[in-house]
Design a protein around this ligand. Structure first.
Ligand SMILES: [Zn+2]
Length: 164
């Protein structure tokens, strides 16, 4: 039985103690606000990710059962039946959770290293903290870890079709 029957969450309210999990959900493109105190009942469209046993079984609450990040991510994706869209990867600021916006190359001048300015195919910028991102700025290892994680999940092959 799914702990959150029938809910297709648009927002993953995540307790601060699960900060690393939240970062990776943001990296996959999910709207993942960190919260200090869990609401008694998550609002419609939201699911609460928590480790508080006492909240288990409430509507819209997913009790994260694992300690390892990879296991946590796998549990969340599977139990919420989420299919990460490759086009949404790196679409959010990992720090602020805001959607990043395209940044013209000339506007990136002075904000990124000269070599990156000359060679990166595209730039985005967080409207909150101003951080500039480009393909590879999260590190090749982030891509590798995501690919390994998704390859591990059932049906991963069909999720990962190139978005061209
Ligand atoms: Zn930001």
């Amino acid at each position: 039985m799914s702990p959150v029957p029938g809910r297709v969450p648009q927002v993953l309210l995540t307790e601060r103690m699960l900060g690393r999990l939240a970062t990776w959900l943001r990296l996959l493109g999910y709207d993942t606000p960190l919260i200090e105190r869990p609401p008694a009942f998550p609002p419609p469209g939201a699911v609460l990710l928590t480790r508080r046993q006492r909240l288990a079984g409430r509507p819209g609450v997913l009790l994260v059962a694992h300690d390892r990040l990879e296991d946590q991510l796998r549990q969340v994706l599977q139990e919420l039946n989420l299919r990460p869209d490759p086009r949404l990867r790196f679409s959010r600021c990992l720090r602020c959770n805001l959607e990043v916006r395209p940044l013209q190359r000339q506007d990136a001048a002075g904000l990124v290293p000269d070599y990156t300015l000359a060679t990166a195919p595209a730039f985005t910028r967080c409207p909150g903290c101003g951080q500039v991102f480009w393909p590879g700025s999260h590190g090749a290892r982030a891509e590798e870890r995501i690919s390994a994680l998704l390859a591990d999940l059932p049906e991963a092959a069909s999720w990962d079709s190139p978005a061209t």
